[in-house]
Design a protein around this ligand. Sequence first.
Ligand code: ADP
Ligand code: ZN
Length: 810
Amino acid sequence: MNYAEVAVNSPGSRSTFCYAIPPGLNISAGQAVWVPFGSRVIQGIVFRLSSEPSVEETKEIAGIVSDFPLFSPIQIQLAQWISEHYFAPPFDALALMLPPGFERRAITCFQLTDSQVDLPLTPEHRQILHIMRGKKKISLPELEEAIGKRKARQITDQLLDRQLITKTLELEKAKIKPKTLSYIKIIADREEIEVAKARLDKSRAYKQAELLEFLTGQTQPISISELRKRLNCSPATIKALESRHLVSVERLRVRRDPLSHLSFTTSPPPVLTSSQQAAWELIQDVIVGEAKQSSSPPVFLLFGVTGSGKTEIYLQALAQVIAAGKRGICLIPEIALTQQTVERFANRFPGRVAVLHSGLSLGEQFDEWQWIMEGNCDVVIGPRSALFAPLSSLGLIIIDEEHEWTYKQEDKSPRYHARDVAIRLAQLSDAVVILGSATPDIGSFHKAQQGEYYLVELKERITPRGYSPLPEVSIVDLREELKAGNTSLFSRSLLAAMKETLAQGEQIVLFLNRRGTATFVRCRSCGFVFRCPRCSIALTYHSVEKRLICHRCRYSIPVFQSCPRCSRRNLRLLGIGTQRVEEEIRHFFPEARLLRWDRDVITRKYAHEELLKNFRDHKADVLIGTQMIAKGLDLPQVTLAGIISADTGLNFPDFRSSERTFQLLCQVAGRAGRGVKAGKVIIQTYSPDNYAIEAAARHDYLGFYYKEIDYRRRYNYPPFSQLVRLVYSHTNEELCRREAERVYRLILDGRAREGMVDFNIIGPVPTFAFRARGRYRWQLFLRGPGSTRMLSQFTLPWGWTIDVDPVGIV
Ligand code: ADP
Ligand code: ZN
């Protein structure tokens, strides 16, 4: 093997590059190397080795970054799949699996050689040689500082040519290091200690004698900082004992444990309820291998209503996997939910749980990574990125709340979906996957219906009262409220329910959908919403043009003064924030204690945990929140859940808006009545007849699923077709639009030329957040089985992003 395909760390490199392996260099797949790239030397990862070069001319690998492979063969295969499936640069795919803080820059260093000067030197040459004399080496940045950037590069090049200096690459200093502490322990034997003590007493070195006495009582080395707390002793005292060779002080590595601020109470597994038992038996047969099927990994869709005890099934499955000598990963949709999940897992498997997420300090992440790699834990818990933990012998991947959109990485490459990557990883590792949800993703449920996944159901909710019905839900028609002259955010029935709940000393959650606020126009008299006559999705208000625009077909109309249906001048731009909800509650219930939970409030580390703890400890009566409170929180004292406006998400110009709304409403409703007392849910809406809202009010997932899947089939949306989203952004609006149209025509031409009929192109249209961070954004969609084949033949121009299987299309 004389050649290596290397994934280079250069933005946007969509393929690997072939490099020759210089003689004498021993290289294996998964190793990090330095490679020449353009005029620079950059880091790359060896993707695979080959005996033949894939291109005519190859450059040589410049050096080695890591002496051993950073990735397991499974990880490399997984990265290959991610890179191919999502059209992502191979380095980006591998970077998902790099240890925290890995990326470090290369620094060029120079050393003097022993060569003699043969040609005359310029004063500048002499200057540099002078600077270098007496030094082992000097870095390029240091030289640049001394004599200027251009000159430094120029002169060093000339000196290199004449072999007066040589060049090496070195890594810049690591930003994170293992944490170490000084520990002290006795090294002399007992006899020596006794002799020493007597001598110290005699010479009145009482402090030293006291320290020696203390240390003889310790069975383990003790850290100096702890010693200082326990015993008033000075560094000089320690030094004195050290110099007498009675004790030694050494630095030992310690783990920065992200769970050290929590305490756990071990609890034995409960007796499973009969439905849990039935569900568990189905899964168990497959895990122990009795019912194992063909090549694809077993995937279970655990469809259980909110509070039906899904977590208990996860814990059982994990115990089984651990008993077989394997390990597990449990994904959660939000960092904010880590603590709740970690507690339940750690109580069952104390000391064997690792967490990984970006809310930890880099040092903690680094230590957790190391701890996992050394095989110290049985389960890793975290958001989607926890999939890439360096865990060997993987036996189980759990994805809790599998319908959540946070499992898709949308904001940067690779734009992967954790569910699909998990299934691929399970296949490579011979593991099983459990997807859990009360409101499964339409695509997942479809697969279960098709027999691709095992469907496992939990139909009853478990509470301290035993099996309990789901909370009663009532729908309030906000149009009626307006007719009755009520213009507040709260309907009369929600106000009455809040009053009663507060009087009973119970808790309330109020949910506000923030996505897509202030973007569409509705008549407050009759509830009319402007829709596209061609696509029937809500038109979006664009303040720049002052027009209402369809985000699918670009149909647009000017903004009206009065409603086309009832002719009243009561049109409103929609938009309510959590702050306004807070103000209104203060107005109606000045004595109620409020907590507001949204991303603006939560900024500090552990702020989520604190807020949740305060609410659980009943230090507040009302919790106002956005999406965050719809994600599987267990809040036993909540008896009322109010949804301020169910419509906001519904009018989002996205084919998934009904699914999204249904899921949110069911999940929010699921927060009420999980404790000793039954719960109640109130949904406020302008469209009480909408099927997503009606089905949510009846807790009727199946009813919703059948309607929704028909709609998807009729309009050929996923899961019946594959969708790819192409986005271009630019600071200039006109250039942005023109580029989108240009590429649209390019793809159209390509399709005609190749005679491809198995995909169509939608767009170009501006994205929903048309202007984000000062950049305009336009998009195109490819739909159909041929979309990805098209993309593999056609290289998109620079600046475009590809999102395969996007979760949001606005
Ligand atoms: P889900 O994850 O489906 O929303 P949970 O796992 O949170 O449901 O379970 C809901 C409640 O029921 C929790 O308080 C849990 O402790 C309790 N529970 C689950 N299984 C059992 C069981 N077999 N016996 C007693 N209580 C249980
Ligand atoms: Zn339209």
